[in-house]
Design a protein around this ligand. Sequence first.
Ligand SMILES: [Zn+2]
Ligand SMILES: [Zn+2]
Length: 469
Amino acid sequence: MIVQFWGAAQTVTGSMHLVHYQGKKILLDCGLFQGRRRDAFKRNRDLPFEGSEIDAVILSHAHIDHSGNLPSLVRSGFKGPIYATSATRDLAVYLLLDSAKIQQSDVKYVNRKRKKNNEKPFTPLYEQEHAVAAIKQFRPIGYDTNFEPTPGMQCRFHVAGHMLGAAMVELEMQRPGQSPFKLVFSGDIGRPDMPILKDPVTIPGANMIIMEATYGNRLHPKGGDAKQVLLEAAMDAHQSGGKLIIPAFSVGRTQEIVYRLNLLAEAGELPKMKVFVDSPLAVNATNVFREHVECYDDEMLEQIMIEEDEDPLAFHDLYYVRNVELSKAINQLREPCVVISASGMCESGRILHHLKNNIEQPETIILFTGFQAPHTLGRILLDQSLDIIKIFGQPYEARAQIRRLESSSGHADQSELFNWAQAMAEEGDLEKIALVHCEMDSAQPFKQLLDKSGIGPVLIPERGQTVAL
Ligand SMILES: [Zn+2]
Ligand SMILES: [Zn+2]
């Protein structure tokens, strides 16, 4: 009985851990590694095993850094079941198809470089047909429901509070002549009091925890009331006649913002203006949110019980835009409005058209709602580091107002992670914790914190490292 760490080991992305149990190989997550495009492409293409060697996959949640390399696994011969919660399966359908499209455009970039070096061109990491094949292998399972990925291994999903459908994975493995060994894989750990979603839980009796520590080194800023920040931005745009543009990830952040705007609209506080959700992926994801009541917290459930507001992801002036022509028409609109669009870091997608058309107007407000990675257009705008920015190769003067919604991370911060680990240790017979899904500058301080409190022992596995269970 061993676990081998093949991804998100001393880095954040590419989550992938292989459990060997009684001659079977069970893979926890099969995520895309995201980094410099060329390195990422090679890492994702060269899986450390053949897909045909793997007996089953257990998927913690639909984010691409956890699910995005499933089509490659299928391409390399994986024919087994992919266990996930129902909401994760439903979101993965759209996210994997979207990812296949991105792979096709990424390979063009890689091949331009290869051509310069007289190297043979690559084919895409995977194509739509591989994504579709992976989708067919999903086996949706409810939360808190036992299933057996292989004889002798009992598994259950628990609420992780990180995104719709996100789960912590509990694996209980029978050992001859001993009590069963309980391995808990945290997946990504969410935060208490996130809108829409239930809070993360703890699981009693763990012998080993594979735990994420993305923010093991920092506390999230308190950052005031998100509803208030949104309301002020909307009122200011309404008053000055400008547009409020909100770059947001299509799955999760978009629905949180719509939900908050819905509360403001229902309370009669939101000024009279049209609100557009302009992203086909966001429209599809919102429909998935509507179907998964089992993921809702009490506040969201109360909302759907209000007779006049059965759908907390809809209100009178809200328009979901799928069609390209309608998307373009928003730019012709000469009245204040709110536009929520993707991508969240302004790297691609329809958000670029809205920025291009409005960034030079001082009455435009751009409200950032999530992490902006270094070197992305989102980060450049947020830091206000350049007066002239480039969109589609053309220069634009950055005159719009820049604002930020602070308290909106989907990941637990240092103190929330610590509280979770402490509760898990108290309730269990803990033999070790492996920290994953983090850079070393997060992992080291968090390990020290746990060491000091006698929680552990803690290891920070390297890629390829094997640990006995
Ligand atoms: Zn995630
Ligand atoms: Zn993640």
